[in-house]
Ligand binder design. Structure first.
Ligand code: PEP
Ligand code: MN
Length: 353
């Protein structure tokens, strides 16, 4: 929709109408008592609204529809029966189905022994999907970047352990892809391809990952608004891959002084996102809080908020972990957490949409 200034001339209005037609859309001009409003008829996403906002006589130019259509509930009728949940099936796991799904494992894969010991622990605790970073996004170039950073052979070896551990303990697997050059390699080994918070805006990476056709775990950037998050998720869907699992992992805290959590866990985004899209949304209390003493509480809160599952970092001895030890819990603690979450889920019942 384009709102003209009160003193816009007929010539300016005509000019805007002409510009709208250039994009292949129709312009519905309605003159009000004070100003003229021009409605756009057709696919609004083709329009460069920033350009229209600068035209002479224009007060405001804005998109009325959400900038994501492929993953938008409103534009997609999933079934005739009113079933509005989109379930991402991976192996025998249903993400977004009737039961919560738990992803657990170390922040980073450090050795075969470490990974297998943790995998056994998280499986016993009730996890369905094994995680473990082979390529790690880190704030400092001097800290451990994951075994994958050591070279192709090292990356292949670590990814092989992940696949082997997944097979041995009957769990599907997920790991993060940080760059385009890693896509083919990682897709050879793991079931779910993760795009981390820092790459939420990386269109080229997203397209390449989506084209693999495997489910994608897509995390919200810590500075992204909800509309932005969903608009970018549309890049994955645009490649014909709707097996997208969204993940809320906290946003930048506000205000001065200590915030006491690593990020601000935006739990309201979970039901809000569910109203907008049919895609399943999970929560990651580990990165969101950065504190192992808050994982139990915030896991329960996430499930109560309607998350279809959780991603939790686990280590048999968190103090030993090379990355994110402060937010890791033990397999026993994971079991308590999963049990509590399942009890909450039972009381609340499966999500309605
Ligand atoms: C992770 O899950 O390993 C990770 C680095 O998380 P995020 O991208 O949310 O920071
Ligand atoms: Mn981590």
């Amino acid at each position: 929709m384009i709102i003209m200034k009160t003193d816009a001339t007929q010539q300016e209005i005509d000019h805007v109408v002409k510009e709208v037609r250039k994009y292949g859309l129709k312009a519905a001009v309605s003159g009000g008592a004070y100003r003229t409003v021009i409605g756009l008829v057709g696919d609004e996403s083709k329009i460069d609204f920033a350009h229209f906002a600068t035209l002479p006589g224009v007060k405001e130019a804005m998109m009325l529809e959400a900038p994501y259509k492929l993953i938008n509930r409103e534009f997609n009728k999933l079934s005739e029966t009113g079933e509005q949940r989109f379930v991402v099936k991976v192996g025998n796991v249903e993400v977004g189905g009737d039961e919560p799904v738990y992803i657990a494992g170390p922040c980073a894969v450090e050795s075969k022994t470490q990974l297998f010991r943790i995998a056994e622990g998280v499986k016993k605790a009730g996890a369905h999907i094994l995680r473990g970073g082979v390529f790690k996004p880190r704030s400092s170039v001097h800290s451990f970047q994951g075994l994958g950073a050591d070279g192709m052979e090292e990356a292949r070896e670590a990814l092989g352990w992940l696949r082997e551990a997944g097979k041995k303990f009957e769990m599907t697997t997920v790991t993060e892809i940080m760059g385009e050059t890693q896509v083919d390699l990682v897709a050879e080994y793991v079931d779910i391809l993760q795009i981390g918070a820092r790459n939420m805006y990386n269109q080229n990476l997203m397209s390449k990952v989506a084209r693999k056709g495997k489910p994608v775990l897509y995390k919200r950037h810590f500075g992204a608004g909800i509309e932005e998050f969903l608009s970018f998720a549309e890049y994955l869907a645009a490649e014909g891959n709707k097996n997208i699992i969204l993940c809320e992992r906290g946003i930048i805290p506000i205000g001065k002084g200590k915030s006491y959590t690593r990020y601000t866990f935006d739990l309201g985004s979970i039901p809000a996102i569910q109203k907008e899209t049919f895609l399943p949304i999970m929560a990651d209390p580990s990165h969101a809080t950065g504190r192992r003493d808050l994982i139990y509480t915030m896991s329960c809160a996430s499930i109560a908020a309607g998350a279809c599952g959780l991603m939790i970092e686990v280590h048999y001895n968190p103090a030993e972990a090379m990355v994110d030890g402060q937010q890791m819990i033990t397999p026993d603690e994971l079991k308590d957490t999963i049990d509590a979450c399942n009890r909450i889920h039972k009381v609340l019942g499966p999500r309605q949409n």
